[in-house]
Design a protein around this ligand. Structure first.
Ligand code: 5GP
Length: 189
């Protein structure tokens, strides 16, 4: 059986984070990847656990050494998936990345055996209603979030699998089935 690098992506609010935590809890062989970031640690965040907190200079140096599987910029800070960490963990573990759709597609470009899994909401209508009910954002903001979600969903056919998150446990089980199937495949040999 091979160890698998797999990515969970999907629109915000679809429950990726919860799924990732549960997968790691149920499967001790799965290692959640740790990203590098140039942002300052928040209270309670630990270097080497939540992120590798590094300076902009070190981040740039790592870019020039081709040290990231993918990286991007959010709110003036850089975030990236470090190749050295991922590949060293992959020797003994399956490695899980929880990143956005563009990041997932980038990773697959540099490492073809990556398994891309998109998590889908049961329906777009439901996501919109949930955002409206929550009442924390204006309708304009909600509409702009919805177009981002539609953009992400439009990339679905470039993903290897799409799983609808209609029930937490069932969804985790479906992802575990995918993982098992991929672990038994001969890819990368
Ligand atoms: P935060 O600063 O709140 O921890 O994260 C901000 C954003 O950065 C989130 O949308 C998170 O998903 C994204 N992010 C965290 N790590 C990575 C990474 O390694 N690569 C990319 N592309 N985005 C990341």
């Amino acid at each position: 059986m091979r160890n698998v690098l797999f990515v969970l992506s999907g629109p915000s609010g679809v429950g990726k984070g919860t799924l990732a935590k549960l997968l790691v809890k149920r499967n001790p062989n799965i290692q959640l990847s740790i990203s590098c970031t140039t942002r300052k640690p928040r209270k309670n965040e630990i270097d080497g656990k939540d992120y590798f907190f590094i300076s902009k200079e070190s981040f740039n140096e790592k870019i020039s050494q081709d040290g990231f599987l993918e990286y991007s910029n959010h709110f003036d800070n850089f975030y990236g998936t470090p190749k050295d960490f991922v590949f060293s963990k992959l020797n003994d573990n399956d490695v899980l990345l929880e990143i956005d759709v563009n990041g997932g597609l980038e990773v697959k470009k540099s490492f073809r055996d990556t398994v891309l899994i998109m998590i889908l909401p049961p329906s777009l209508e439901e996501v919109r209603n949930r955002l409206i009910k929550r009442g924390t954002e204006s309708i304009e903001k909600i509409d702009s979030r919805m177009s981002r979600i539609e953009y992400e969903l439009s990339k679905q056919d470039q993903y290897d699998y799409a799983v609808i998150n209609d029930d937490l446990i069932k969804t985790v089980e479906r992802i575990e089935e995918i993982l098992l199937k991929e672990k038994h495949s001969n890819k990368g040999e």
